[in-house]
Design a protein around this ligand. Structure first.
Ligand SMILES: [Zn+2]
Length: 450
């Protein structure tokens, strides 16, 4: 069998921010830089060698552009267009996009791109405990995505088995309801748990033959080797999934480990992150050198009108001048985000290339990318685990940690408070399912009462 794969998924691609942004451009010969704001949604730049017109929500914009302009539409949801980003996945979010139905835009018609969606339903970490209807989510998935996350209660921090058992049961019920609705879109099951044992238990409780993809939640702050240990262990337990998605990984070093783990035959790993959007908000512009480094582009840091962006991505090759990207208008943020996603994707592809060349190349890349000694040690352990698995299909017990994640108060809040929120969300969902009994066929229901 050939090796697995590792692909980056830019998350947080919400319709309101990543659709309908048009850039018209034409060659020009301007003596000096000028900008003109036409209206709320339209701005014109006269740069050294080009004129640019940027229009937000261009589909609803009345402006008529003359004949000699070339049009580029930056719209990740337009499947006819988005091969230009060289990405295999995009990920939207039901909670942030459910008011828009973009199925009319050939959303699903590009066979090379998989559109994923997160439910965004239980933002327990942000203090939400209300619920959204899994049936509504499923209808929206079926129209607008190839595969969507099942509606879960993120309980990765919960150590109490009885609570975990209840959240698993709710997810199992949600899965049945959603599967009844989804005719075209697939679902992605999610596993939670505060330890590997709990995760395997959770998987056993929630697995469903009709769900071909799986996601591992709550790993973001774990040491890198623990993430690899968990991923390989779950793969060893059940290697039938076509996708193993690690939810929300932002550290660059972890991307290296995941790229290396994709040498395991049959293990197709993805991970999503919204850092391309988060960083874009502050005008952060990523460079891949091969380490991802950050430039802040603003009127102070960009001292020349002819400062050319050091990147050939679809955004930068049109915008060309840093000066244009340093303008503080909201829609430039979307262009930053697209560029940043492009750079992270390039980095992940590069890491996979290095992994294919072997451990020595990977060690070398790690030495260029990671300077922190603790992180380097984690990464070495992670690489060792993969090597061990490739050799003997076992997950090295020496690194079998089941250790707690490195938690920061910002990520999780107070522990008791978190449990309270999970319990509140649970109660809401349990009440909901008490009224839904008739909608789940009886043989499925029996399984769910155990
Ligand atoms: Zn770029």
């Amino acid at each position: 069998m050939s090796t697995g794969t590792f692909k980056y998924v830019p998350a947080g691609c919400c319709y309101s921010k990543f659709a309908n942004l048009s850039v018209y451009w034409r060659p020009a010969n301007n003596k000096s830089f000028k900008q003109r704001r036409i209206n709320d949604k339209t701005i014109v730049y006269h740069c050294h060698d080009r004129d640019l017109i940027i229009i937000k929500e261009s589909m609803n914009n009345e402006l008529v552009i003359g004949g000699d302009y070339n049009l580029v539409v930056f719209d990740v949801f337009d499947m006819r267009n988005n091969h230009i980003y060289e990405m295999d996945y995009f990920m939207s979010n039901y909670m942030k996009s459910s008011d828009s139905d973009y199925s009319f835009k050939n959303t699903k018609k590009n066979p090379n791109i998989t559109l994923l969606s997160d439910s965004g339903g239980f933002q327990i970490i942000e203090g939400r405990t209300d619920f959204i209807d899994p049936v509504d989510v499923a209808h929206w998935y079926d129209k607008n995505t190839h595969a969507g996350m099942v509606l879960d209660i993120p309980s990765s921090r919960i150590r109490e088995k009885d609570i975990l058992k209840r959240t698993a049961r709710i997810q199992r019920l949600n899965n049945e309801l959603m599967l009844n609705v989804c005719k075209k879109a697939e679902l992605i099951n999610i596993v939670h748990g505060s330890s590997l044992d709990n995760r395997l238990y959770y998987h056993e409780q929630t697995k469903n033959d009709k769900i071909p993809r799986i996601a591992i939640g709550g790993m973001k702050n774990y040491p890198i080797h623990e993430i690899i240990y968990t991923t390989l262990s779950i793969f060893k337990e059940d290697s039938s999934y076509k996708q193993y998605h690690i939810l929300g990984i932002t550290r660059q070093a972890t991307l290296l480990a995941l790229a290396y783990a994709s040498l395991v035959p049959g293990l197709n790993i993805t991970t999503d992150s919204s850092s391309h959007v988060q960083t874009a908000k502050s005008g952060t512009y990523f460079l891949h050198t091969p380490k991802l480094t950050q430039l802040i582009l603003n009127s102070k840091s960009v001292d020349s009108e002819d400062w050319i962006l050091p990147c050939q991505c679809p955004v930068c090759s049109i915008m060309k001048y840093a000066n244009v990207m340093s303008k503080n208008v909201s829609w430039v943020t979307s262009l930053y985000a697209l560029h940043n996603a492009f750079v992270i994707n390039k980095f992940c592809k590069y890491a996979v290339e290095c992994a294919r060349q072997g451990r020595d190349t990977m060690n070398h890349l790690a030495s260029l990318v990671v300077s922190d000694k603790t992180v380097r040690r984690e990464l070495t352990k992670a690489f060792d685990l993969v090597d061990e698995y490739l050799e003997s299909s076992t997950v090295k017990s020496a690194y079998a940690g089941n250790r707690s994640p490195i938690l920061t108060p910002m990520d999780w809040g107070d522990s008791n408070d978190f449990t309270k929120r999970v319990l509140a969300a649970l109660k809401n969902m349990e009440k909901y399912h008490a009224t839904q009994k008739n909608k789940i066929p009886s043989e499925q229901r029996k399984r769910n009462t155990r």
